[in-house]
Design a protein around this ligand. Structure first.
Ligand SMILES: *Cc1c(COP(=O)(O)O)cnc(C)c1O
Ligand code: SF4
Length: 323
């Protein structure tokens, strides 16, 4: 990295990096009514900014990170806790909705602040000793065989804290599968690689699954390829989940390209999520009918194993729900 800036927190710096004219032009053609003082703060990694600069479709990437005044509109049905995380909380850092698998809210930090994030209004608790909390909970919940590290982004934990957390889970022989949900391979590949020593050792102790979150083919480059390639070599199963987002990936052509690029990098499409109705994200919504049409179209263009499952998360259900 030729510059010490790892993440932009000021829109002006981000625009400066992109080139002011270029930034203003793509923001305008993307129809973003820029909110310069957003309630949900702006944050974009330097790496993602470079992806925007080099993208074939920079608007699709910019819409994911640039605050729009539309986020301030109140739309009925768009709420603070759209997927029922809070009633499913077991302690400050654990959410369990489904049998046999539990999700750890590892940290509030991410490599980016996605404008459509379903946890954008989540009351993160800032647990001091997350390793102990998770370990104590697993001691008495021996029916759990898969632990999912989510967040925020678990790879934003310092290498020491991340190791402590993983070690505390590994002490429980009831847990056979460790899953990591992360956007860092495309947002902060440098940080993803920082955890690589540990990630490489893990398949000896668990079945290991990495579920990354890529929404657009222009988000994949040689750096994501490097992260995925190393993990695949170490024996990880690599899957992707995308959110279906208006103006980002709601075309069959884009979704086909995304599946093919993921596969080239060793990653299989897993879920295509209908938007979670968090407050402030309504302008990203794609209708169920349009979503089903898209899946029907891409099914005729791709082998079956490259077609993601179209699902929605409904609060209180015992699994994701097919759309
Ligand atoms: C989505 C989710 C999971 C994982 O569900 P899968 O269908 O196994 O991918 C687990 N726990 C929680 C709380 C979730 O929201
Ligand atoms: S990386 Fe995931 S958790 Fe983090 S802001 Fe984006 S959607 Fe939300």
């Amino acid at each position: 990295m030729e510059d010490s800036v790892k993440a932009f927190t000021q829109i002006s710096d981000f625009f400066e990096y992109l080139g002011k004219d270029f930034a203003a032009k793509i923001a305008a053609s993307a129809g973003i009514d820029l909110d310069e003082t957003p309630t949900y703060p702006f944050n974009c990694s330097r790496h993602y900014a470079s992806l925007i600069k080099n993208a074939n479709d920079p608007e699709a990437l910019l819409r994911q990170v640039l605050p729009s005044k539309k986020e301030n509109e109140t739309v009925p049905g768009f709420v603070d806790d759209p997927v029922g995380d809070l009633p499913a909380g077991k302690c400050d850092s654990i959410i369990q909705k489904y049998d046999n698998r539990a999700l750890v809210v590892s940290t509030s930090a991410c490599g980016v602040r996605c404008r459509f994030c379903f946890r954008r209004n989540y009351p993160f608790q800032g647990v001091q000793d997350i390793a102990s909390e998770v370990s104590n909970w697993l001691d008495v919940h021996t029916d759990i065989w898969e632990v999912i590290l989510s967040g925020g982004d678990p790879l934003m934990l310092s290498p020491g804290k991340f190791r402590d957390l993983v070690e505390s889970i590994a002490m429980h022989s009831s847990v056979t599968t460790l899953r990591i949900h992360t956007r860092l391979p495309i947002m902060r590949p440098d940080l993803a690689m920082q955890h690589f020593e540990l990630l490489r050792e893990l398949p000896a102790r668990f079945e290991c699954v990495l579920v990354t979150h890529v929404n657009h083919p222009d988000e994949l480059d040689e750096e994501s390829q490097m992260v995925f390639g190393q993990l695949k070599f170490a024996g990880w199963t690599l899957l992707n989940q995308s959110a279906l987002l208006k103006g980002v990936n709601d075309s069959a052509e884009t979704l086909v390209k995304l599946s093919r690029r993921l596969f080239e990098q060793g990653v299989l499409p897993y879920y295509l999520h209908q938007l979670d109705h968090a407050k402030g994200v309504a302008h990203f919504e794609v209708s169920d009918d349009a979503a089903r049409d898209l899946i029907a179209k891409i099914r005729t263009k791709l082998p079956g194993y490259m077609v993601p499952k179209l699902v929605r998360e409904i609060a209180g259900e015992k699994s994701k729900t097919p759309v």
